[in-house]
Write a protein that binds this ligand. Structure first.
Ligand code: G6P
Length: 590
């Protein structure tokens, strides 16, 4: 998703902006740009990577930068930000929903646009409304906008000043040795800003005279507390030019240990009464987080006997009819900034439901919006495709499910004490990697892959399929093993790869039946299981032994070889796992 950064410094800021954009790269983007205010305004913006800007240098201590993830208008130099008008330069993250009407109005007044973006209308409005008051002009312009925005604006007439504003898209301000900053997220400011304050919807940030000041929507001054950036939000270092995704998979055992320690310190008393009385729950999330929500649903229904309705957050927003005051809604989001998940949480709260957030970022918007928050300790996740955060989300959700069982039945489930063996189990799952290397070598030319599972293994199958789609660009579908013969089997022909995850003893035979159907049609069958007898009795041409843990905990470890398989497939196909095509890490627009 787009990322914005702005800087006001005593020194030249071009290098700091470039470095900031490098740190924003992980959010996903397709073009980038920088504007620096020296004697005049210098702008460099290009389609493609941030490194395309490396040759640009302009002297000046005030500047803005942008990574663009195209929504309105294709990725191109012209559509890249910053956009300029009347001495102003602007970067924008979000979507201006009424931009067509505003553009028509401005064109009617003689304005000529040089891009197809929705963002350019904002800078044109600011220039039109400017009558000597920088902050006032920005405030008047954003008052006309519908939709979402985080913007940073500089102006030739105001060296050493920067104005930023936000609605629905994230914006933080930070102070550090290198200057004063605004930025889309905290991890991107790590190492350059030691103290951070968050802007809320409708607020403005004005950097002037070496100070950061916040204002409310009526431009009344606000007093904000700056907090120290957490050590764990600092970006994971990758030695020797490796990939973040690979480093983040390797970090899973550490991330699980840290997450468990923090859960053990967590006081569940504030939600005890709510959990004890819960008759029905909802779980909402997007992408990978949605798959962890599916595991939560299965676990809670099975162990606590409470029905859980699970929706992708984008769907939940438009079918919330049943949510009410007695309900508990669990919203899961690594970043805590995904627009759909946030809206789902707001909507649930407005209906009187109790919202529990599960997120990797304790200072995120989702955490602030929830009644109760579980923060996983995965550490900064830079690769767009989620890996370690998924395993940690599962741990948090299993822990929460165990608390529910306790509140309902006065005892913890049998597997609760085994949560402490998850980190070791995750390390053991990595023993599968050399076999997985061979599998990726074998399947690197595959055009499509089915992932099968039954029960909770279906959630793992779905996540495995999503990973390989996201980064290896191979069509994949996670499918209930029992449903194969009701349609999808039609595509199976000689050599068609089908990967089955089977970790539940009572379903081993059922999964094997599905593989037999594939094998007898010439398909290439792969089986992942912790049961030696299942592997020995299987018709699969390729199999892999998983570590043994109590079955309800298996999703945390059985997914690891699938995460690694997607990574290897991506490498085999010559793609960059950290920057998948068309995708963004944090999707802050609907
Ligand atoms: C994007 C990412 C996915 C991620 C999803 C939800 O689509 O590409 O990898 O799973 O957002 O992100 P969240 O931060 O809410 O977990």
């Amino acid at each position: 998703m787009c990322g914005i950064i702005g800087c006001v410094s005593d020194k030249d800021c071009c290098g700091a902006l470039y470095d900031g954009l490098k740190r924003l790269e992980y959010r996903g983007y397709d073009s980038a740009g920088i504007a620096v205010l020296g004697k005049t305004l210098s702008v460099c913006k290009k389609k493609g990577g941030v490194s395309n800007l490396s040759g640009f240098y302009a002297a000046g201590g005030t500047g803005i930068g942008h990574t663009r993830w195209a929504t309105h208008g294709a990725p191109s130099d012209a559509n890249a930000h910053p956009h300029t008008s009347g001495g102003f330069a602007l970067v924008h993250n979000g979507i201006v929903e009424n931009y067509a009407a505003l553009k028509e109005e401005l064109e009617g007044e003689g304005e000529v646009f040089s891009s197809e973006t929705d963002s350019e209308v904002i800078v044109k409005l600011i220039a039109r409304y400017f009558e000597g008051d920088f902050l006032g002009a920005v405030a008047r312009a954003v008052g006309r906008l519908e939709g979402s925005y985080a913007i940073a604006v500089i102006c030739e007439k105001f060296p050493g000043e920067l104005v930023a504003a936000k609605k629905k898209s994230p914006l933080v301000a930070g102070e550090g040795r290198g200057g004063l900053f605004v930025c889309s997220d905290i991890p991107a400011l790590s190492g350059i800003a030691d103290y951070i304050a968050k802007a809320e919807d409708g607020e403005f940030v004005h950097i002037a005279k070496g100070e950061i000041n916040f204002y409310d929507r009526a431009l009344r001054p606000l007093s904000k507390t700056f907090f120290r950036t957490q050590e764990e939000l600092r970006g994971a270092a990758v030695a020797g030019g490796g990939y973040f995704m690979r480093a983040e998979i390797a970090e899973i055992p550490r991330a699980l240990s840290d997450t468990l320690s923090s859960l053990e310190d967590k006081d569940f008393a504030p939600c005890a009464r709510i959990l004890r009385g819960a008759k029905r729950m909802f779980a909402v999330a997007c992408g990978t987080a949605y798959h962890s929500a599916l595991v939560f649903r299965d676990t809670v229904e099975r162990e606590a006997g409470i029905p859980v309705v699970c929706h992708t957050a984008g769907e939940f927003r438009y079918r919330p009819a049943l949510v009410g005051p007695q309900d508990v809604v669990v919203a899961v989001s690594q970043s805590g900034e995904t627009a759909d998940t946030l809206e789902a949480a707001y909507l649930a709260r407005s209906r009187g439901a109790f919202v529990i957030a599960v997120t990797n970022i304790g200072s995120s918007t989702l955490a602030a919006a929830a009644d109760f928050t579980l923060v996983m300790r995965a550490g900064a996740e830079i690769a767009v495709a989620a890996t370690k955060s998924y395993n940690c989300q599962l741990l948090c959700l299993l822990y929460l499910a165990a608390q529910l069982v306790f509140f309902k039945k006065d005892r913890f489930p049998d597997w609760f004490s085994a949560l402490s063996s998850l980190a070791e189990g995750a390390s053991a799952a990595m023993d599968c990697f050399s076999e997985t290397d061979r599998l990726a070598d074998c399947l690197k030319k595959a055009r499509a892959i089915y992932y099968l599972g039954r029960g909770t293994d279906l959630c793992t199958a779905r996540e495995g399929a999503l990973k390989v789609k996201e980064i290896a660009c191979v069509f994949a579908e996670g499918y209930p093993a029992g449903e194969l013969k009701h349609g999808s089997l039609a595509l199976v022909e000689e050599g068609f790869p089908v990967i089955c995850v089977s970790t539940q003893k009572n379903l081993l035979k059922k999964s094997e039946n599905a593989l037999a159907e594939v094998r007898s049609r010439g398909g290439f069958c792969v089986l992942f299981s912790q049961y030696r007898e299942a592997l020995a009795d299987s018709c699969a041409q390729f199999s892999c032994l998983l570590p043994i843990l109590p079955e309800p905990l298996m999703p945390v470890v059985s997914v690891i070889p699938l995460q690694y398989f997607a990574y290897k497939m991506c490498i085999e196909r010559g793609l960059d796992p950290d920057k998948p095509r068309n995708l963004a890490k944090s999707v802050t627009v609907e």
